[in-house]
Design a binder for this molecule. Sequence first.
Ligand SMILES: [Zn+2]
Length: 120
Amino acid sequence: MHHGSCHCGAVRMKLPSTPVVGTDCNCSLCRRIGGPWVYFEFGTVEIEGHPAETAAYVWGDKTLRTIHCKTCGCVTHWEPLDPTPGCKHGVNLGNFDPALIASVRVRKFDGADTWQFMDE
Ligand SMILES: [Zn+2]
């Protein structure tokens, strides 16, 4: 199973399965955070230290909150503000093993403008 954490270790995550595709988004927030993002059904990623050790950032159309560690500042994941059954949330794969990051096919997503994948 894949375990990851923020840089200081206050926030720890365990993925429910091995991601094969990740998203590299160029929107005004994601291009600063990095990534890549991988997506799972909301609630299936085990997250320790959240919300006790985390802070949230909400912007734009206010549909989700981006979560980062209060201590080291690393963005760990985002989650919907108003979760519906079966909805997805994003995990920042940058917090996981470099070999896992390297194994994922990263797709460039134009979140800044067209909201299309740029490899299609
Ligand atoms: Zn931390």
